[in-house]
Design a protein around this ligand. Sequence first.
Ligand code: XIL
Length: 423
Amino acid sequence: MVIVVAALLGALGAPGPAPAAVPDRPSPTMRELAAERGLRFGTAVADDTALADPTYAAVLASEFDTIVPENHMKWALIHPGQHTYDFTVADAEVAFAETHGMAVRGHTLAWWNQNPTWLTSGTWTPAEGTALLEDHIDTVAGHYAGRLAQWDVVNEGVSANGGGRSYLWSQLLGYPDYVDVAFRRAHQADPAAQLFYNDFGIERPGPKFNGVLDLVEGLQDRGVPVDGVGFQAHLTLQTCTARCTNDFLTNMLALDRLGVDVAVTELDVAVPLPATPDKLAQQATVYRSMLAACLLAPNCHTFMVWGISDAHSWIPSARPGYGAALPLDEEYRAKPAWNALHDLLTTPPPAPTCADYATRPLAQAAFEAGIEGAPLLDPDGDGTACPQLPASLAASTTVTTTAPTTTTVAAAPAVAATPTLAG
Ligand code: XIL
């Protein structure tokens, strides 16, 4: 009865404490645990009537502290006619978040997909295109100004080879010119929001990730405000090898060296159906590896899954034959992936020593020890990197110590242009 009442209060948006967790998930809640680690733990909010479902609302408000509208801030839904905006559903989602003390990520201001037909079927000059993009950003980012923590300003703008994706905005305004326009305009419309570039397939090193690094460096060189890069992280069981945490962390640290944040923005791990216990155990490893990397990276403070439960996942329709992609099952019960995340957040692990780093890949040792990012390269806290660290890494990495000061690790001779972690 208590649970039912709490759930109803949650659904009605009543102020006060978050409703009690429904059974079958470990306590404390993930929201509480993440907060203790200084991490935001969030999810995409399913469309339409989801918030009116008392159980959905109760789980959302008790287990998560950040939401992102899964669809209702995209052009097609929020800007359905050239002179028409529809904020109804997005407003309700933002209001729910505010009632329950949750943060909101905005998604997204410039994307190749889910654009309205009036926009994609129109014929526009470059000047008209610029005005359309700017007006949209002024209106939408302006509508929520001061209320969103982060915006995915540009989504999926880099192609697999690292160049700019060819679509409406790059064709009309040029690449990376339209990215500059979008970020500058978003900053003007909502100076308080952190502005992110967001993409898939950039969780591991490769040409696409290098293209994103180039894009961020270019934005910085041109004085365009950019605060972070979102790793969508739509993953599969094949994503992870033994070097998984290492690879995720390598990319996060590369962005840390540019002085920008990273966020895990849309994590799910698609399982080929049927989902057997073995596959769910493998899935838990992938989830755990991504959280470990985020905890290890000093610039990762946001960790979002793409949907609350397997009943609210886009995977079965987007990838026929796959499913069970989220950490909670269709009844909101904890799967091995949920327990793995919970365990990693629960157990305060000892910091690794230089001896640990000598015998295992850097991130692997740190992952096993479960440490947070701070002492990553300086476990002894003496301001120097472990002697066993690859020189390429030690040469170019700034270590944030547990003290409030920042110490630059003494540079060793670089042996590679692109730093990589040992593994
Ligand atoms: C997906 C939604 O989950 C679906 O409901 C919708 O039909 C298509 O878009 N990358 C993104 C998200 O940035 O916006 C996408 O969301 C998933 C891939």
